[in-house]
Design a protein around this ligand. Sequence first.
Ligand SMILES: Nc1ncnc2c1ncn2[C@@H]1O[C@H](COP(=O)(O)OP(=O)(O)O)[C@@H](O)[C@H]1O
Ligand SMILES: O=C(CO)[C@@H](O)[C@H](O)COP(=O)(O)O
Length: 469
Amino acid sequence: MVVVGIDSSTQSTKALVVDAEDGRVLGEGRAAHPEGTEVAPEAWWAACEQAVHHALAGVSAPVEAVAVAGQQHGMVALDPSGKPVRDALLWNDTRSAPQARALVARHGAADLARRTGLVPVASFTIAKLAWLAEHEPGNADAVDRVLLPHDWLTWRLAGSPERACTDRGDASGTGYYSPGTGRWLPDLLTEAMGGRSPRLPDVLGPTESPGAVAAGPLGGALLAAGTGDNMAGALGLGIGSGDVVVSVGTSGTTFSVRDEPCADETGTVAGFCDATGRFLPLVCTLNAARVLTSTARLLGTDLDGLSELALSANPGADGLTLLPYFEGERTPDLPDAAGTLTGMRGTNMTPQNLARAAVEGMLCGLADGIDALRQVGAGVRRVLLIGGGSASRAVRALAPSLFGVGVEVPEPAEYVALGAARQAAWAVSGAASPPRWGLRTTAYEATDVDSGAEVRHAYRAARRSVHGI
Ligand SMILES: Nc1ncnc2c1ncn2[C@@H]1O[C@H](COP(=O)(O)OP(=O)(O)O)[C@@H](O)[C@H]1O
Ligand SMILES: O=C(CO)[C@@H](O)[C@H](O)COP(=O)(O)O
């Protein structure tokens, strides 16, 4: 039996055609998304059609089921005719930081963490809707329903029916859903939107289906509920107790699974739900793979060249430290920050040291995420490294000593799209648990934890001196 998994993430859509029995990838397609932190959802639709078209080329068996995983939190606000009232605001758009702060001031961090699992920052949907109500009241008046990117794509695949659907995982990233009770919190939404009460999608369980694909090359296939991209990553890897995933994509995410909800009133750990009925505590940074791209561009090299340079420098880059907050930052909550390079001396200003400082600075943010997961009770037996940036030789080599734990890199694959495919296979199987698909990894040992600890110490000192935290 053949299933399709779609990953509509920040920079691109990836589609996989997968054998539902063993998880073998039979076809793969990809299409880029526009740049920027606000995007017309129609661009995701076009990319999805293109990626699916490429993935299906050469596959003759009929597709039985499909699921979509999407970048979390994006605000897709539709008018009564189903048209977006404006371009979607993405998770990495920081304009809604003041509205997030106002929500926290009104309710208190502890209360919001307890009710929603989250302490609002600019990324979460509730802050974006509050921004819309404040800055574009005409558009806010026109909103009939609010969806997330994966909900919207699933709804479009289903032929734009009257009812739209989401799942626990993506709902838990809105800021107006209770992971503990599994219910929407419409009072929070209405308050954030200045008294307006848009319709919300039905929240489906892990194997529930919103129907079938209405038309096109996937027409007739069963639609699974879909989920957020990080939840799909967890499902694609099949993680369990002691596993922590670090994803180096557009965002840097660090997450694990557990059986109880998580309410971190410091706001460092977001208490999301996963795609299997459990919970997914997660720490997210805004600056991950693109730190490497920007630094490579500055140094006039490519990503492989950046790795070579970084690996030829000493640990600690001879005293250079980069706080890589190029897009502002979410964890720590510094939405207006820019990057800072500290420790510059005539002797250490070399391309090698700058490359090293970029990789180390980016990984230090992720290492802080692993520590934050420990703080909320996660056991850390191994780290699984995924996302586009995990292809970097320097990232693979430096991560274990900075994380202070062994790192395993799964064989190259699109694990978010694979997780979506696994959900589709599970939904169509009617089984109690997802199909068992093997995972092969390459291990990287933590050999130089002392120098890793020194690099992290320098990073914390630079952050304290520049940002006071
Ligand atoms: N060899 C590499 N070294 C470093 N970064 C890489 C490498 N290959 C791909 N990337 C980066 O990975 C990112 C895309 O990762 P991906 O996980 O697909 O992101 P997203 O899902 O957020 O769209 C891009 O920024 C790309 O430059
Ligand atoms: O905001 C979050 C998680 O809370 C991000 O992880 C988004 O879900 C975007 O993911 P990528 O495009 O980087 O995979």
